[in-house]
Design a protein around this ligand. Structure first.
Ligand SMILES: [Zn+2]
Length: 121
C-alpha cells in the first residue's frame, strides 16, 4: 500500500475461497443485492455486478444506515493499517477519517447503482 493512498482495490479483491460479504469481508453471506457496474475513477476502481451481504451488513442497508456501517468498517481498517502503529492519536483519527471517506464513497456508489430488492443468497 502506498503511503497516503487508500487502496480500495485491495479491500474488494476476493482472497477467501468461501464467499464473503462485500461490505465487511467476513464469511456468512445471506443476501445478494442486484447492482450495475460502476467505476470510482480517482482510485481506478471498477466494481462489477451484484453485491453479497451478511445478515449484519444487510441490516444496515435495509435501515438506510450505510454511512454508519462505513464508519464501523473504516475503524477496523484503520486499526489494521500498518501505518497506524507509528501514529499519534490525532493522526490515527485522521487515518480513520481517510478510510471512512473512501468506504462511504464506495457504499454511496453502491446505493446509487443498486436496483430492486435483495435476494436470498
Ligand atoms: Zn457484512
Amino acid at each position: 500500500m502506498q503511503s497516503g493512498k487508500f487502496n480500495l482495490n485491495e479491500f474488494i479483491t476476493e482472497t477467501a475461497s468461501t464467499p464473503v460479504c462485500d461490505f465487511c469481508r467476513r464469511p456468512g453471506v445471506l443476501w445478494r443485492y442486484p447492482a450495475t457496474d460502476f467505476i470510482i475513477p480517482e482510485v481506478r476502481l471498477r466494481v462489477k455486478g451484484d453485491w453479497a451481504a451478511c445478515g449484519k451488513c444487510a441490516d444496515y442497508i435495509e435501515s438506510d444506515k450505510l454511512d454508519d456501517l462505513a464508519f464501523l468498517i473504516s475503524g477496523l481498517l484503520a486499526q489494521q493499517d500498518d501505518r497506524a502503529q507509528n501514529l499519534a492519536g490525532s493522526d490515527q483519527d485522521a487515518l480513520h477519517h481517510l478510510h471512512y471517506y473512501w468506504m462511504r464513497r464506495l457504499y454511496r456508489e453502491f446505493t446509487a447503482h443498486r436496483h430492486g430488492s435483495r435476494i436470498s443468497a
